[in-house]
Design a protein around this ligand. Sequence first.
Ligand code: PEP
Length: 233
Amino acid sequence: MTRKIAAGNWKMNGLRASVEEARAIASGADGCTVVICPPATLLVPMSALGVALGGQYCHASTSGAHTGDISAPMLADAGATWCITGHSERRADHGESDADVRAQTEAAWSVGLTAILCLGETLAQREAGETLDVLRSQMDGSLPSGATPDNTVIAYEPVWAIGTGKVATPDQVAEVHDALRARVGPGFSLLYGGSVKAGNAADLFALDNVDGALVGGASLAAADFLPIVKALA
Ligand code: PEP
Protein backbone atom coordinates (compact mmCIF):
# COMPACT_ATOMS: atom_id res chain seq x y z
CA MET A 1 0.00 0.00 0.00
CA THR A 2 1.36 3.42 -0.91
CA ARG A 3 0.62 6.39 1.31
CA LYS A 4 -1.79 8.99 -0.12
CA ILE A 5 -0.16 12.37 0.40
CA ALA A 6 -1.25 15.95 -0.25
CA ALA A 7 1.71 18.25 0.37
CA GLY A 8 1.53 22.03 0.22
CA ASN A 9 4.63 24.00 -0.75
CA TRP A 10 4.09 27.54 0.48
CA LYS A 11 7.39 28.73 -1.01
CA MET A 12 8.31 32.28 0.11
CA ASN A 13 4.77 33.12 1.16
CA GLY A 14 3.25 33.61 4.59
CA LEU A 15 3.57 35.74 7.69
CA ARG A 16 2.52 34.87 11.24
CA ALA A 17 -1.08 35.79 10.39
CA SER A 18 -1.06 32.85 7.95
CA VAL A 19 -0.97 30.43 10.86
CA GLU A 20 -4.76 30.78 10.95
CA GLU A 21 -4.96 29.53 7.35
CA ALA A 22 -2.81 26.55 8.29
CA ARG A 23 -5.12 25.93 11.24
CA ALA A 24 -8.09 25.79 8.87
CA ILE A 25 -6.20 23.35 6.63
CA ALA A 26 -5.25 21.22 9.63
CA SER A 27 -8.82 21.06 10.89
CA GLY A 28 -10.14 19.85 7.51
CA ALA A 29 -7.25 17.50 6.74
CA ASP A 30 -8.73 14.05 6.82
CA GLY A 31 -8.42 10.71 5.08
CA CYS A 32 -4.86 11.10 3.76
CA THR A 33 -1.51 12.44 4.92
CA VAL A 34 -1.46 16.24 4.66
CA VAL A 35 1.87 18.03 4.88
CA ILE A 36 2.37 21.80 4.91
CA CYS A 37 5.82 23.11 3.98
CA PRO A 38 5.70 26.75 5.10
CA PRO A 39 8.59 29.19 5.19
CA ALA A 40 10.98 28.14 7.97
CA THR A 41 9.89 31.15 10.06
CA LEU A 42 6.43 29.59 10.44
CA LEU A 43 7.43 26.09 11.51
CA VAL A 44 7.45 26.84 15.22
CA PRO A 45 4.21 28.88 15.18
CA MET A 46 2.54 26.04 13.26
CA SER A 47 3.99 23.22 15.31
CA ALA A 48 0.95 22.79 17.56
CA LEU A 49 -1.69 22.65 14.82
CA GLY A 50 -1.73 18.88 14.47
CA VAL A 51 -0.73 18.84 10.80
CA ALA A 52 2.55 17.40 9.50
CA LEU A 53 5.11 20.09 8.63
CA GLY A 54 8.00 20.09 6.21
CA GLY A 55 10.94 22.23 5.27
CA GLN A 56 11.34 23.38 1.67
CA TYR A 57 15.07 22.65 1.52
CA CYS A 58 17.91 21.67 3.83
CA HIS A 59 21.66 22.13 3.62
CA ALA A 60 23.74 18.97 3.38
CA SER A 61 25.73 19.93 6.49
CA THR A 62 24.32 19.88 9.99
CA SER A 63 25.82 23.27 10.96
CA GLY A 64 28.56 25.68 10.00
CA ALA A 65 29.47 28.84 8.10
CA HIS A 66 26.61 28.91 5.60
CA THR A 67 24.96 32.31 5.92
CA GLY A 68 21.24 32.27 5.23
CA ASP A 69 20.99 28.49 5.03
CA ILE A 70 19.08 26.06 7.21
CA SER A 71 20.04 22.55 8.27
CA ALA A 72 17.97 19.41 8.63
CA PRO A 73 18.46 19.30 12.44
CA MET A 74 17.15 22.89 12.64
CA LEU A 75 14.04 21.91 10.67
CA ALA A 76 13.46 18.90 12.89
CA ASP A 77 14.03 21.00 16.00
CA ALA A 78 11.38 23.46 14.76
CA GLY A 79 8.79 20.72 14.34
CA ALA A 80 9.26 19.47 10.76
CA THR A 81 9.03 15.78 9.98
CA TRP A 82 9.29 16.17 6.20
CA CYS A 83 11.55 18.09 3.81
CA ILE A 84 11.29 18.91 0.11
CA THR A 85 14.58 18.30 -1.71
CA GLY A 86 15.53 19.10 -5.30
CA HIS A 87 12.68 21.49 -6.07
CA SER A 88 13.22 22.93 -9.55
CA GLU A 89 13.22 26.48 -8.15
CA ARG A 90 16.17 25.51 -5.93
CA ARG A 91 17.89 23.71 -8.80
CA ALA A 92 17.42 26.77 -11.08
CA ASP A 93 17.78 29.69 -8.64
CA HIS A 94 20.51 28.24 -6.44
CA GLY A 95 22.36 26.02 -8.90
CA GLU A 96 21.66 22.84 -6.95
CA SER A 97 23.03 19.82 -8.80
CA ASP A 98 21.84 16.23 -8.57
CA ALA A 99 24.78 15.53 -6.27
CA ASP A 100 23.72 18.39 -3.98
CA VAL A 101 20.17 17.07 -3.89
CA ARG A 102 21.40 13.59 -3.07
CA ALA A 103 23.47 14.93 -0.14
CA GLN A 104 20.56 17.06 1.10
CA THR A 105 18.23 14.08 0.95
CA GLU A 106 20.67 12.04 3.04
CA ALA A 107 20.94 14.95 5.49
CA ALA A 108 17.13 15.01 5.80
CA TRP A 109 17.07 11.28 6.53
CA SER A 110 19.82 11.59 9.12
CA VAL A 111 17.41 13.36 11.47
CA GLY A 112 14.37 11.33 10.54
CA LEU A 113 12.80 13.70 8.01
CA THR A 114 10.93 12.11 5.11
CA ALA A 115 12.23 13.59 1.86
CA ILE A 116 9.91 14.74 -0.92
CA LEU A 117 12.43 14.45 -3.74
CA CYS A 118 11.45 16.53 -6.79
CA LEU A 119 12.27 15.72 -10.40
CA GLY A 120 11.07 17.17 -13.67
CA GLU A 121 11.91 18.21 -17.18
CA THR A 122 11.92 21.67 -18.74
CA LEU A 123 9.69 22.54 -21.68
CA ALA A 124 12.67 22.41 -24.06
CA GLN A 125 13.56 18.92 -22.81
CA ARG A 126 9.96 17.72 -23.25
CA GLU A 127 9.73 19.20 -26.74
CA ALA A 128 13.01 17.48 -27.63
CA GLY A 129 11.52 14.14 -26.54
CA GLU A 130 13.99 13.84 -23.66
CA THR A 131 11.58 13.65 -20.72
CA LEU A 132 12.17 10.04 -19.64
CA ASP A 133 15.94 10.32 -20.18
CA VAL A 134 16.08 13.48 -18.07
CA LEU A 135 14.12 11.84 -15.27
CA ARG A 136 16.27 8.71 -15.42
CA SER A 137 19.37 10.84 -15.11
CA GLN A 138 17.90 12.90 -12.22
CA MET A 139 16.96 9.67 -10.43
CA ASP A 140 20.45 8.24 -10.99
CA GLY A 141 22.08 11.40 -9.68
CA SER A 142 19.85 12.54 -6.86
CA LEU A 143 18.13 9.51 -5.32
CA PRO A 144 20.42 8.02 -2.66
CA SER A 145 20.74 4.25 -2.59
CA GLY A 146 19.21 4.03 0.89
CA ALA A 147 15.81 5.27 -0.28
CA THR A 148 12.81 3.41 1.13
CA PRO A 149 9.05 4.08 0.95
CA ASP A 150 9.29 5.31 4.55
CA ASN A 151 12.05 7.86 4.10
CA THR A 152 11.34 9.08 0.56
CA VAL A 153 8.46 10.23 -1.58
CA ILE A 154 9.10 11.09 -5.24
CA ALA A 155 7.41 14.16 -6.76
CA TYR A 156 7.25 14.49 -10.54
CA GLU A 157 7.06 18.20 -11.24
CA PRO A 158 7.43 19.22 -14.88
CA VAL A 159 9.12 22.61 -14.71
CA TRP A 160 6.83 24.04 -17.39
CA ALA A 161 3.75 23.21 -15.29
CA ILE A 162 4.89 24.85 -12.04
CA GLY A 163 3.06 28.07 -11.31
CA THR A 164 2.03 28.43 -14.95
CA GLY A 165 -1.54 27.14 -14.86
CA LYS A 166 -0.51 24.54 -17.48
CA VAL A 167 -1.14 21.17 -15.87
CA ALA A 168 0.36 18.09 -17.53
CA THR A 169 -2.26 15.93 -19.24
CA PRO A 170 -3.24 12.64 -17.59
CA ASP A 171 -1.46 10.79 -20.44
CA GLN A 172 1.76 12.74 -19.85
CA VAL A 173 1.58 12.13 -16.11
CA ALA A 174 0.75 8.44 -16.54
CA GLU A 175 3.70 7.87 -18.87
CA VAL A 176 6.17 9.36 -16.38
CA HIS A 177 4.63 7.86 -13.24
CA ASP A 178 4.49 4.39 -14.81
CA ALA A 179 8.20 4.73 -15.64
CA LEU A 180 8.97 5.91 -12.10
CA ARG A 181 7.01 3.01 -10.62
CA ALA A 182 8.94 0.56 -12.79
CA ARG A 183 12.14 2.14 -11.53
CA VAL A 184 11.44 2.32 -7.77
CA GLY A 185 9.03 -0.59 -7.35
CA PRO A 186 5.90 -0.82 -5.20
CA GLY A 187 5.44 1.03 -1.95
CA PHE A 188 6.95 4.39 -2.86
CA SER A 189 4.42 7.22 -2.99
CA LEU A 190 4.63 9.09 -6.30
CA LEU A 191 3.26 12.65 -6.25
CA TYR A 192 2.47 14.87 -9.22
CA GLY A 193 3.13 18.61 -8.93
CA GLY A 194 2.45 21.45 -11.33
CA SER A 195 -0.65 23.66 -11.31
CA VAL A 196 -2.79 21.14 -9.41
CA LYS A 197 -6.15 22.70 -8.55
CA ALA A 198 -9.51 21.47 -7.27
CA GLY A 199 -10.73 21.25 -10.86
CA ASN A 200 -8.01 18.91 -12.17
CA ALA A 201 -7.04 16.94 -9.05
CA ALA A 202 -9.57 14.11 -9.37
CA ASP A 203 -8.47 13.23 -12.93
CA LEU A 204 -4.84 13.08 -11.82
CA PHE A 205 -5.57 11.06 -8.68
CA ALA A 206 -7.53 8.53 -10.75
CA LEU A 207 -4.28 7.45 -12.44
CA ASP A 208 -2.82 4.15 -11.22
CA ASN A 209 0.57 5.42 -10.13
CA VAL A 210 -0.38 8.84 -8.80
CA ASP A 211 -0.49 8.70 -5.00
CA GLY A 212 -1.02 12.38 -4.32
CA ALA A 213 0.19 15.85 -5.16
CA LEU A 214 2.74 18.49 -4.30
CA VAL A 215 0.77 21.71 -4.56
CA GLY A 216 2.13 25.24 -4.67
CA GLY A 217 -0.25 28.14 -5.28
CA ALA A 218 -3.42 26.21 -4.45
CA SER A 219 -2.08 25.15 -1.04
CA LEU A 220 -1.97 28.64 0.45
CA ALA A 221 -5.67 28.89 1.26
CA ALA A 222 -7.81 26.23 2.93
CA ALA A 223 -10.61 26.97 0.45
CA ASP A 224 -8.33 25.92 -2.42
CA PHE A 225 -6.32 23.16 -0.75
CA LEU A 226 -9.00 21.22 1.12
CA PRO A 227 -10.95 20.28 -2.04
CA ILE A 228 -7.70 18.79 -3.38
CA VAL A 229 -7.23 16.89 -0.11
CA LYS A 230 -10.83 15.64 -0.39
CA ALA A 231 -10.31 14.48 -3.98
CA LEU A 232 -7.44 12.32 -2.73
CA ALA A 233 -8.92 11.01 0.51
C1 PEP B 1 5.43 23.59 -6.69
O1 PEP B 1 6.05 24.63 -6.60
O2 PEP B 1 5.88 22.57 -6.17
C2 PEP B 1 4.17 23.59 -7.43
C3 PEP B 1 3.68 22.45 -7.82
O3 PEP B 1 3.59 24.83 -7.68
P1 PEP B 1 2.15 25.10 -8.35
O4 PEP B 1 1.17 24.15 -7.76
O5 PEP B 1 1.85 26.52 -8.01
O6 PEP B 1 2.32 24.88 -9.82
